[in-house]
Design a protein around this ligand. Structure first.
Ligand code: NAD
Length: 496
């Protein structure tokens, strides 16, 4: 069965080119330039979208500054802002099917994923931060002798956001919700490959009554629009999600302007599997983790470190689970594994498999290019499983495709050492029935997140961040993320 396209999605895609959203107005790029975004499932162009440049970024930052000063958003009681954000969350829920279809078409995700996870999660995140902001004190007395002192928490002003293509709207939810709930105004630059859901979300924000200029969206290329946003002197905070390579540029630009920056970067997550697990269930769970979103998940488990006694059994079960996944078009209800986002990304994955083999890795499941009948232009890749040296390029680098690298270990110390060799530090998991050992190992792994007997866990209230090459400057999803978007200010008067 194939799901048919919702008439509202057809209507949305027929308005071309899709415009920038600046100061509450839909507008073409100043140069009139456009870019094309395509459906990774068949390679066909989905929409023409305005390609903003530095002049558009400047317009958007100016509009966001103006809205910060004069729209009432920043000064509004947190309750009133929360009412508007709840209204936006309700609209996201009401438009779940439309948003999920747009996301699925633009990223290639099997439709059930955004329908059941990404889109409902956006609404949940909006509500979670709206509610938290209502209960966050903005003015607290500080008990010091000789002074009447208090601590204020005030919004920064214009906050800038640059996002990657793997979870376009989910990341908008995770990052914009705390900034908006705190009373900031925002300028967003979505990835050039996947700008569509963010534009539709902006139209819902308009309907929800978010004042003009509070949310601005400038679609465009990273080297032009993205770079101009990161270096704009009018922004007061920057949050970037993407690769470490680009993260460095962003950090440099913000450093020059002394703008605080949050970098959420790549990963090379590991799973440590001890011999006391249910091998079949664990192999299936990790096969599902590494193929989720066609493996384009920053925190997923791509290195499987498996205790020697169950290694052969684990590898055979995992290879079976990976090879039996149904590869297909996003709207086909049977599809379990969709395409990667672009031909460039497919070549990156295939290139890594070739380099890994040249460096001596062997294939337990060969993977490679896949073709889906009726969708021959799509960017499909079969899952691959490799083994070999822990120093192999496929064991070290983030590949961002449905590719796992498996290594055996003998004892706990060796497993921890293998995992901690990584230059990344986003997320790992430990699988064991011995919870004391699982907790001990989880704490010894160097990363922002350690999960036990599961991988890819995201709960509102649990901070999610990386260390080392995976990022710095705070994270998302925690209560402290709201405070990241509130500037501390003390007010002090001497007594007597
Ligand atoms: P990318 O770094 O190539 O691009 C991310 C964004 O940066 C895009 O919007 C792009 O247009 C923009 N950009 C590119 N060059 C720029 C420049 N010079 N100046 C300013 N902006 C620029 O990343 P990608 O390929 O889109 O996404 C994949 C990466 O994102 C992976 O490394 C993945 O691990 C990471 N990621 C991390 C997290 C996390 O939470 N840590 C979440 C999702 C993705």
């Amino acid at each position: 069965m194939t799901t048919s396209i919702h008439p509202e999605v057809t209507k949305f895609l027929s308005t071309q080119p899709l415009q920038l959203f600046i100061g509450g107005q839909w507008t073409d790029a100043a140069t009139g330039a456009t870019l094309e975004t395509c459906d990774p499932g068949n390679g066909k162009v989905l929409a023409k979208v305005a390609a903003g440049d530095p002049a558009d970024i400047d317009r958007a930052v100016t509009a966001a500054q103006e809205a910060f000063r004069h729209s009432g958003w920043a000064a509004m009681p947190a309750n009133d802002r929360a009412v508007i954000l709840h209204r936006l969350a309700d609209l996201v829920d009401q438009h779940r099917e439309i948003l999920a279809q747009i996301e699925s078409l633009d990223v290639g995700k099997p439709l059930s994923n955004p329908l059941n996870f990404d889109i409902p999660n956006v609404a949940q995140t909006l509500r979670w931060y709206a509610d938290l902001s209502v209960h966050t004190r903005r003015r607290e007395p500080i008990a010091v002798s000789g002074f009447d002192a208090r601590q204020l928490r005030v919004p920064y002003g214009v906050c800038a956001f640059i996002f990657p293509w793997n979870f376009p709207l989910l990341l908008v939810g995770w990052n914009l919700s705390p900034a908006l709930a705190a009373g900031n105004t925002v300028v967003v630059k979505p990835a050039e490959d996947t700008p569509l859901s963010t534009l539709y979300f902006a139209s819902l924000a308009e309907q929800a009554g978010v004042p003009k200029g509070v949310i601005n969206v400038v679609t465009g290329y990273g080297e032009t629009a993205g770079a101009a946003l990161a270096k704009h002197p009018g922004i007061k905070r920057m949050s970037f999600t993407g690769s470490p390579e680009v993260g460095r540029f962003i950090g440099e630009s913000c450093g020059r302007n002394l703008v605080p920056v949050k970098l959420e970067l790549g990963g090379k997550g590991a799973a440590v599997v001890f011999e006391d697990v249910d091998v079949d269930a664990t192999a299936k769970a990790l096969a599902a983790a590494v193929t989720l979103n066609a493996g384009q998940v920053c925190c997923t488990a791509t290195r499987w470190v498996v205790q020697r006694k169950v290694y052969d059994q684990f590898v055979s079960k995992a290879a079976d689970a990976m090879s039996s996944l149904k590869i297909g078009y996003a709207f086909d209800e049977q599809t379990q594994l969709g395409p990667v986002v672009s031909e460039k990304q497919r070549q990156r994955v295939l290139g890594y498999l070739e380099r890994g083999e040249k460096e001596g890795a062997s294939f337990l499941l060969r993977g490679g290019q896949a073709s889906v009948p009726g969708h021959e232009g799509g960017f499909y890749v079969k899952p691959a499983l490799l083994t070999g040296s822990a120093e192999n390029v496929c064991a070290r680098d983030e590949i961002f495709g449905p590719v796992a690298y498996v290594l055996p270990f003998n004892d706990e110390g060796e497993a921890v050492e293998l995992v901690n060799r990584s230059t990344y530090g986003l997320a790992n998991s430990v699988w064991s029935q011995n919870l004391e050992r699982a907790h001990r190992v989880a704490e010894a792994l160097v990363a922002g997140n350690s999960w036990i007997n599961a991988h890819n866990l995201f709960a509102h209230g649990v901070p999610y961040a990386g260390c080392n090459l995976s990022g710095c400057g705070g994270g998302v999803l925690g209560p402290e993320t709201l405070l990241d978007y509130l500037r501390p200010q003390s007010v002090v008067r001497p007594l007597g």
